[in-house]
Write a protein of this length. Sequence first.
Length: 428
Amino acid sequence: MNILLLGSGGREHALAWKLAASPSCSQLFAAPGNPGIAECAKIVALDMADHTAVIAFCRENAVDLVVVGPEAPLVAGLADDLRAQGIAVFGPGRAAAQLEGSKGFTKDLCTRANIPTAGYERVTSLEAAWGALKRFDAPFVLKADGLAAGKGVVIAETREEAQEALSDMFDGKFGSAGSEVVIEEFMRGEEASFFALTDGEMIVPFGTAQDHKRVGEGDTGPNTGGMGAYSPAPVLTDTLVDRAMREIVVPTVRTLGEEEMPYRGVLYAGLMLTEEGPKLVEYNIRFGDPECQVLMMRFEGDLPALLMACATGDLSKADPVRFSDDTALTVVMAAEGYPDTPQKGGAIELGGAEDDGAKVFHAGTARGDDGALVASGGRVLNVTARGRNVTEAQAAAYKAVDAITFAQGFCRRDIGWREVEREGTDPK
Ligand code: AMP
Ligand code: GLY
């Protein structure tokens, strides 16, 4: 089949790598792509915000399946427009995409479907927000309703800080994402990510992962899109995965279906493992970045066939999902200054990073005029390796990191620390 992959980050490089490796894939096109994706796909000039152009491209090039990497095109309804033209697409339509596009939508859905999550109130004015705040205790969780590139959540320790953050939100700090705010109860526990694939009817688990959101070692400093991740996440035991499926993911997909907002694609559930069991923190309507990189490093099946089955309602006929028992771990190499103002243009040499089976996914790279690789984004490379457990995968990933020359880059040296500590006391 001919496939068009949309996106330009490390997540899309990992998807491109797996899609292109399958005998089911005749031709892989990618837009806008990046230099890593260019090694496995034909890069085409296509603006994914221009739905008419995407449809025309699919027609002209006999594209059988469109795989959408990021959330924004899905929230903008690209999947609906493609489906209306009979083009298969992996990713939900606009209505179901509200799961990521609107925090209030997801919380209300949790209420209707009786899904465990933090108690909350939705507010649309500063006055209402200050009033609602009285009904919550510290720490206060405040979320701008719409897409805010992962930056719309504030956890305030004091009431004063919370009031200040609410003022900022209603003052437009997060643009239109802040015209509505969700105030939530604070949940205690360890966070983990759970992925499921669905065609709207059948739902299959698609792995677990944990990431490190803070920029600094020991999980300190500002939040980022993720500085590293590993899969599987041993804290998400089979029992907890069963509960997350039964209590969270299945009722979500069923309720969306009943309400005529069918979900097709990957559902990424951010979970808090509380004393009472797993509770939903948030949904994403796409693969995680960098979680996708570790999932793809372990995935053993035919990715184009599986994603096509999700897109066309044929998941029940697809081969069972298979993952390697190995652990995969990815370290994000970022440009100095990330997450605030990353320095662009830093020279990169990959050296022998991939010599021992590691894989370097490109997240924010470009080719200079001379063809040399340079940094062009905040998160630049995702250095990914496998091992029998997190400790071994971590050692292999850092060995590959050390083979790379990227003077204006940095990475955390402790990705996977929680599990490495646990494995240290309980070696596998
Ligand atoms: P979100 O964008 O909704 O995933 O929120 C970003 C981060 O804020 C999450 O990964 C959690 O670490 C934290 N967070 C969000 N909601 C809550 C909550 N209700 N209780 C505790 N932490 C939360
Ligand atoms: N790594 C977090 C995300 O993709 O949203």
